[in-house]
Write a protein that binds this ligand. Structure first.
Ligand SMILES: Cc1cc2nc3c(=O)[nH]c(=O)nc-3n(C[C@H](O)[C@H](O)[C@H](O)COP(=O)(O)O)c2cc1C
Length: 222
């Protein structure tokens, strides 16, 4: 069994990637094989609207026909036991690369049918991990709760299992706040938060990864 995590941040060692690594460690400690994929290392585009995945009798029916760096990743996800998607919030959404990835991941499985909506061959649990500047208390006012709910709905519709969401707020954005034009932030507060709160967020990510792996090994939709 394998748990795959997808990093939608351009930064390979910052907040989102760190949370994902903790999640995968949780999975590995429950016996799962794990893989972390950085989207920004890959050369790919979003859905090209070719509809090969929807064409009846096409060799690509239910699969993305675009042959680029994402093609082998999508094949590995089809074999995975669980999938974790991580993204920073950029302008109230996931990053552009994560969005393009989602188009390529989800659209081939989506059926334009009133009955069975997904061609994904089994049930798979999934999770979202988001990191952001936005304080937890401001999530509703910013409308992010609706973004998170919609992203959960999409993954549940396509993959059929449970979808969990984990968020980390007021993350450390800059290594040195003194060097950037960002006077709306309190650098000391951010640093303290990074030392005190972020490790707890990482523990929650670890628990999430462990739970996903446990559910696979028990054969349970959670
Ligand atoms: C282009 C860009 C847009 C951003 N937009 C938002 C935003 O709309 N809301 C927010 O809370 N944080 C925003 N942020 C902050 C990031 O979400 C935050 O720093 C995140 O933890 C970065 O993740 P990383 O450390 O994994 O790269 C933005 C950052 C960048 C670079």
């Amino acid at each position: 069994m394998k748990v795959i995590a997808i990093n939608g941040s351009p930064r390979k060692d910052w907040n989102t990637a760190t949370m994902l690594r903790h999640a995968l460690q949780g999975s590995a400690d429950r016996g799962a094989f794990t893989e972390l994929i950085h989207l920004y290392e890959l050369d790919y585009r979003g859905c090209s609207s070719c509809f090969a995945c929807k064409t009846l009798g096409s060799p690509s029916y239910g699969r993305c026909a675009q042959q680029d760096d994402l093609a082998p990743v999508l094949r590995r996800i089809e074999e995975a036991g669980a999938l974790i998607l991580g993204s920073p919030i950029y302008f109230g959404q996931v990053t552009g690369e994560m969005r393009s990835f989602l188009e390529r991941l989800l659209f081939p499985y989506l059926r334009y049918s009133r009955e069975k909506r997904s061609l994904f061959p089994r049930k798979m649990d999934t999770a979202w991990i988001y990191t952001m500047n936005c304080p937890e208390a401001a999530i509703k006012d910013a409308g992010y709760d609706r973004v998170f709910a919609e992203n959960e709905r999409l993954l549940k519709m396509i993959f059929g299992g449970s979808c969990f969401t984990l968020t980390s707020h007021e993350t450390l954005q800059f290594a040195d706040y003194g060097k950037v034009d960002a006077d709306m932030f309190d650098p000391a507060g951010r640093k303290a938060r990074h030392e005190q709160v972020f490790p707890r967020d990482c523990e929650r990510a670890y628990e999430l990864g462990a739970r996903l792996a446990q559910n696979i090994s028990r054969g349970l939709p959670s």
